[in-house]
Ligand binder design. Structure first.
Ligand SMILES: Nc1nc2c(ncn2[C@@H]2O[C@H](COP(=O)(O)OP(=O)(O)OP(=O)(O)O)[C@@H](O)[C@H]2O)c(=O)[nH]1
Ligand SMILES: [Mg+2]
Length: 574
């Protein structure tokens, strides 16, 4: 009995507005100590608390957790230094030079991954790992492992050109800057220091020798060649459109047992070569070279990353209007976007794909009438059902009893929608739709979640307003939404095509005639407002459709209209 009470109080708590929702601490410890909840139930309690903490934290960030544009400075790893050493062995005086070479610095790759949705986790300075230094007894340093920058799918990567003031200096410019204002001797001393390793106390002796001077010349020549090759590569600056995840590749050089190389992404900055150990400078005239070279710097490069979320349709609405619920209903629950009754549930834009067959049926419709509840409620219900199944007592939950329209037997939840689903052969059109975070007044001044996602709205071909018809004045909501779009970018509201009046189910009040008449009046008023006040470009008016996203009502009409807008935007119809 306690278990049921505890669970339902959790559900209640989650449904209240967020500011006053706290799951009392005692309930957790009390449940654990006194009522011996099993592990699954304890996990559910823990999960509820974690969800609450995470959402509160995200909200405090004020939208900073979504970033769609960053500039990053990347450096390949520095190569390891070469070593100066001589072989020592009993009865072998004057052993040969035995210093190992340094290992290569780590390369830096960039790789798209479907698990990320924002660029905010990417540091602005990234360095490859340094190679290991060479050691005595011919031990070469270890090559460093590559560094992989993971970015969301749909990221566009551009190398900043030389004349861009935001570009960081490359390795040669950085050295030049550190030498500025020094006298000739000081300059030379510093350059020597950054390139050579000497046997202890032999530095002064080394630099006077011809053999060292010759080595120095060949080192500078090699450096010049490297610099020239780098300039040549810069003629084709890096420009990547990371739209798909790569796969493992067959590699002829891989060990036989493996045969494949792991997919690392695209190489953007090479690590520096390791320095040479002193055996490399052995020659007939110099039998005991007492110098070695230091490792080279890795490549330095500045990249601009931009997250290009392009959906055909963008949903625009105040917080809690039901945008996420609508996206879930249109995609048959496949779009994993969070739904809850508090404002700013959605913090990052989420894109869903709508698949439509030639007779206008969309994929989400195949499951029959389905109720799209809040995420926490759905999860808790599934957990409840699992528990009941485990105990062998499949009793209907109280939620199901109270809502007549609910037809959520688990079978309809579990319609397979993966690859190979029979809808594949019916599909004749497909488009994408983006669920955006809620827009509030003064969002264009960076209030609420602010600017960050308005940019992604800007990229959609057509916009759809979602308003809460059960609210006191949906027309005011519309006016505010339009004003915000216009303030952010004049002319943006001309992309709007449709007004969706959501939560129509709340107005009917169980079929009470007076309530229905009132609801009709309200809808009429909204339509009049849209017709007179919301005229967009070319004198066209917006369509107004009442729906219930939660109970999947009237969605077919919405999909039909959306398809028409997308076809128009893509130039499929005249
Ligand atoms: N009765 C009813 N409730 C709905 C309907 N659509 C959404 N809701 C409820 O409205 C609340 C908010 O829904 P969300 O989909 O999270 O709203 P949102 O617009 O995405 O909100 P933000 O992400 O905060 O901007 C949830 O409690 C939903 O269950 C509907 O058609 N009818
Ligand atoms: Mg949402």
């Amino acid at each position: 009995m306690f278990k049921a009470a505890c669970r339902s109080s959790l559900l209640q708590a989650q449904r209240r507005p967020f500011s006053c929702t706290t799951i009392p601490k005692e309930s957790f410890s009390k449940a654990r100590n006194e009522h011996e909840l099993d592990n699954g139930e304890l996990d559910a309690l823990r999960d509820a608390r974690r969800r609450q903490r995470r959402s509160e934290w995200k909200r405090r960030q004020g939208g900073e957790t979504f970033l769609d544009h960053v500039i990053i400075n990347v450096r390949g790893g520095r190569g390891g230094n070469g070593c100066v050493a001589f072989h020592r062995e009993k009865f072998k005086p004057l052993g040969p030079p035995s210093g190992g070479s340094g290992g290569r610095g780590g390369d830096v790759y960039i790789m798209p991954t479907p698990t990320l949705t924002t660029l905010s986790s990417i540091p602005t300075r990234i360095r490859g790992r340094p190679g290991g230094a060479g050691q005595g007894t011919w031990q070469n340093g270890k090559n460093a492992a590559p560094t992989i920058i993971k970015v969301p799918l749909g990221t566009v990567v551009r190398q900043l050109p030389r004349d861009d003031p935001r570009r960081a200096k490359d390795e040669w410019e950085a050295e030049e800057e550190s030498l500025e204002g020094l006298s000739f001797e000081e300059r030379r001393a510093k350059m020597l220091e950054s390139r050579w390793v000497h046997y202890p106390e032999y530095e002064n002796d080394n630099v006077k020798r011809d053999i060292f001077k010759q080595s120095e010349v060949s080192l500078y020549r090699e450096e010049r060649e490297r610099r020239w090759a780098r300039r040549q590569r810069e003629l084709n600056p890096i420009q990547l459109d990371l739209n798909e995840v790569g796969e493992e590749e067959l590699d002829v050089n891989a060990p036989l047992a493996l045969g494949k190389t792991k997919y690392l992404g695209h190489l953007i900055a090479q690590g520096g070569n390791g320095g040479l150990g002193n055996p490399h400078f052995l020659s007939p005239v110099n039998r005991s070279p007492k110098f070695a070279t230091k490792g080279h710097d890795g490549e330095r490069i500045t990249l601009e990353l931009e997250l290009k979320i392009i959906a055909d349709i963008g949903l625009v609405g105040m917080p809690n209007a039901g945008k996420s619920t609508l996206l879930r209903a249109l995609t048959g629950g496949r779009a994993k976007t969070e739904v809850a009754s508090y404002a700013f549930t959605t913090l990052n834009p989420v894109v869903g794909v709508i698949r439509v067959s030639s007779d206008g049926t969309f994929e989400g419709e195949l499951q029959g009438v389905r109720v799209f509840e809040e995420t926490a409620v759905e999860e808790a219900r599934l957990l409840e059902q699992e528990l009941a199944e485990e105990l062998g007592e499949l009793e209907p939950s109280s939620e199901q009893d109270t809502s007549p329209a609910i037809a959520n037997d688990t079978a309809s939840y579990e319609v397979a929608q993966g690859p190979g689903h029979y809808f594949d052969i019916l599909e004749s059109f497909r488009f994408t739709i983006a669920d955006n975070p809620g827009l509030i007044s003064r969002a264009s001044e960076d209030v609420g979640l602010g600017h960050s996602f308005l940019r992604s709205i800007e990229r959609s071909h057509a916009l759809v307003y979602v308003v809460d018809l059960s609210g006191p004045a949906p027309w005011d909501e519309l006016r505010d939404l339009r004003e915000e779009l216009e303030k952010y970018q004049p002319g943006m509201s001309d992309k709007a095509r449709l007004v969706i009046a959501n939560k129509a189910d709340l107005l009917a009040n169980g079929g009470d005639e007076a309530a229905v008449a009132e609801a009709k009046g309200k809808l009429k008023k909204l339509e009049d407002y849209v017709r007179t006040e919301m005229v967009v470009l070319e004198g066209r008016t917006l369509d107004v459709i009442p729906i219930s996203a939660k109970f999947s009502q009237n969605l077919k009409k919405v999909v039909g209209l959306l398809q028409a807008y997308v076809e128009e935007a893509r130039g499929l119809v005249e």
